[in-house]
Design a protein around this ligand. Sequence first.
Ligand code: NAD
Ligand code: UGA
Length: 428
Amino acid sequence: MKIAIIGAGYVGLVSAAVFSKLGHKVCVVEKNKDRVANLKAGKAPFYEPNLPELLKEATKSGKLSVTDDYAQAIPNAEVIFICVGTPMLANGEPDLSYVFGAAKDIAHHIKNYCVVVDKSTVPVGTTEKVKKIIADATKLDFDVASCPEFLREGSAIENTLNPDRIVIGTDSKRARDILLEVHGKLPGERVTTDIRTAEIIKYASNAFLATKISFINEIANLCDEVGANVDDVAVGMGLDPRIGKAFLKAGIGYGGSCFPKDTKALHHMALSKDYNFKLLRAVIEVNGSQRRKFMGTIRNKLGDLNEKNIGVLGLAFKNNTDDVRESAALDIISWLTKEGAKVKGYDPEAMPNAKKALPALTTVNKAEDVAVDADAILILTEWSKFVDLNWAEMRRKVKNPVILDGRNLLNSVKMRKLGFKYYSVGRP
Ligand code: NAD
Ligand code: UGA
């Protein structure tokens, strides 16, 4: 099939690479000309495991092309996926201007029947507004649908090739059949539903995962009070298949471009209907207080932070990505800097983006170097490679042997044996 993808971000590019691999002919439209030029030169705009290889393969086979020109991609497309950003506005609502902008551009370029699919995460009712925008601009026949995306950064290709489910929300049988065909060879259960239900499935899924994280963080805080170990609690709970072990890792709370934005958007959506979503409000509040609690632990263990040397391992919002949007690490570093601390940071992939967000941040090229003269080492992102650092050598380099592990990544017994004073979240 001929597919157009609007937006060469995480969702757009990963979808484009995977749809091309399935044999479809895909054209990506991206407004950012630099991004288009880089993609044409074979350069992926962000770090995502296996994406460059898949993009190269798709381009070489002639199945994938990239352009900044809607006229090149839209007229022939049978299916058009809108994959543009929906960033958070100051009041917690998502900014839908990119989605509506894309809809207007699509409307001016369609030439035949097509299905316009919203893959961006949008409040209930948005896909219907997209339909109206297009219908107001053209007399041509078209359908709309909502197919929310569930990939995780860091494992996006794997998630898209092996989805747990594919949600197809549309009121048109023709569109549903076309979308079933588009996803045809992929595994995963198909959930076919109406548009509004599909839109809310996405928010409900992210909000539920965020709830698991805030819940385990509250249990961790209680474990600190009663002298129990939250990691073992999570294992003991998670083995019950009704609970499941995923997303029960306690720490400094969730970040990233989606959970913070989507929980607030859902809360806002509820309020707009005069519904007070108490549980969700608590999830959001707990996530904020979890970072602040960790800051309190840092102050408690180190005292006055002015002129203290702090080594930070991890800048990205999670492991296996270079994305620093809503990163808890950057929040904590900004606070440390305000307190007068001197921070040296390291991340395997996210240092360039972290420097763009915090230009004054000092970074080092080797993880072990954050230890030089450090009054404390903080672990703020769950990169598994931090486990295997030469911690004995780092122990020799530090001024004070203190580790504050905000991700419960390291083995406390091993670290204490090396002579570190080791503190984590909800573990004795
Ligand atoms: P992103 O910011 O990485 O990329 C969006 C791209 O769209 C940018 O390159 C931007 O230049 C481009 N763009 C904006 N307006 C355009 C237009 N009118 N025409 C062409 N290009 C345009 O965004 P993302 O992270 O891929 O997220 C996209 C949507 O998918 C969001 O709603 C997000 O919540 C949702 N989502 C994201 C993820 C994720 O892991 N990042 C996962 C699931 C769902
Ligand atoms: C999340 C969802 O997992 C995806 O299914 C969804 O498609 C995506 O949001 C989206 O809508 O954009 P992502 O933000 O890429 O994916 O990353 P996650 O792996 O979910 O992690 C989110 C945050 O939660 C990270 O800061 C991570 O460190 C934190 N986290 C995750 C925990 O603190 N504990 C956990 O047990 C799991």
